[in-house]
Write a protein that binds this ligand. Structure first.
Ligand SMILES: [Zn+2]
Length: 309
């Protein structure tokens, strides 16, 4: 019996060690407040990464918000940060405001290992310096039901050629999906096209200027004739094809002020949260004014931190 107890205790200890090491990745910093937790990885390195987890009072779906995979699309990071103090009645949020820290810090698309949105098909054991960040993102995707990857693109996506600034090769103001209907081995279907369309409908009801309405952008990434085969290494493609999650790229246009882009992304995220069936006590304000005030406050604190003006 004594031996049996020792074996049981050892088993429990090993199980807990595996759980707390988060699949082999040690947590450097940890802060827990009722219903929410903040964890920091790779602390004191250029690739420091903070993950915010918010649990609702009632069980429900989990939505993952990732920003900063591209460092020159600043509206995404600023918008994601607005969700870290949200209180939830139902469902859960996981928020990563700066996935690619070195890229965000330099304001450039790529970080240490190239374009991170092409690294989600790296071979196991890759020596790419961003592989550890990508692997961490993959763990978060596994815990989620819905995935949003925030971006900013030039001009405006349209399925047909309307003008030089509004055509199928552009990305701005679109909900990007890799496939409209994904067939699961169980026979069930993931209807990404419907989800993206419903999110666009909810979003557009709150945007008065029709030129800035969101359109569903199905890149049909796995198709032989896809114009976006490079997206097979993307975060959303990985989420759908390897984890069977409903994943959307939310692209705000760069052809507007930063405050407007923050406002558009806030509206689109709020719409996705509602469509997913997650309920919050209150969601961040969608007005341009509040997005502008946030941006001003943030610029002041940044310039203070750098010892400027
Ligand atoms: Zn991007």
């Amino acid at each position: 019996m004594g031996n049996f107890r020792r074996v049981c205790l050892l088993t429990v200890a090993v199980f807990l060690a595996v759980c707390f090491s988060f699949h082999g990745l040690a947590v450097d910093g940890n802060r827990t407040v009722a219903g929410s937790q903040t964890r920091t990885y790779f602390q004191e390195t250029r690739q420091e990464l903070t993950i915010h987890t918010i649990e609702g009072r009632q069980k429900g779906p989990t939505l993952l918000i990732i920003a900063g995979i591209h460092g020159d699309e600043g509206a995404g990071c600023l918008t994601a940060e607005r969700y870290i103090d949200v209180k939830l009645e139902k469902g859960n949020l996981i928020i990563v405001p700066r996935l690619n820290g070195p890229a965000v810090d330099s304001g450039k698309r790529c970080g240490l290992g190239g374009d991170m949105n092409r690294l989600f098909n790296l071979p196991p054991g890759s020596s790419n310096p961003d592989a550890k960040l990508v692997n961490l993102a993959k763990q978060l995707i596994r815990q989620s039901d819905y995935v949003l990857n925030l971006h900013q693109g030039h001009d405006f996506y349209n399925p047909r050629w309307v003008s030089r600034k509004r055509n199928p090769s552009k990305w701005g103001q679109s909900n990007v999906i890799d496939k409209a209907t994904y067939h699961l081995p169980s026979g069930r279907k993931l209807e990404l096209g419907n989800f993206a369309k419903q999110v666009a409908n909810r979003t557009n009801q709150r945007i008065s200027d029709g030129d800035f309405h969101f359109t569903v952008n199905n890149t049909n990434t796995s198709g032989k004739r896809s114009r976006h085969r490079e997206q097979r290494g993307s975060l959303t493609y990985y989420s759908l094809y390897h984890q069977q999650k409903i994943a959307l790229g939310l692209e705000a246009t760069k052809n507007c002020s930063l405050a407007e882009a923050i406002s558009y992304l806030t509206i689109a995220i709020n719409a996705a949260i509602e469509e997913a069936g997650i309920r919050a006590e209150a969601l961040p304000s969608e007005s341009r004014q509040s997005a502008g005030e946030l941006w001003e406050a943030r610029s002041k604190s940044l310039s203070k931190g750098k010892g400027k003006g």
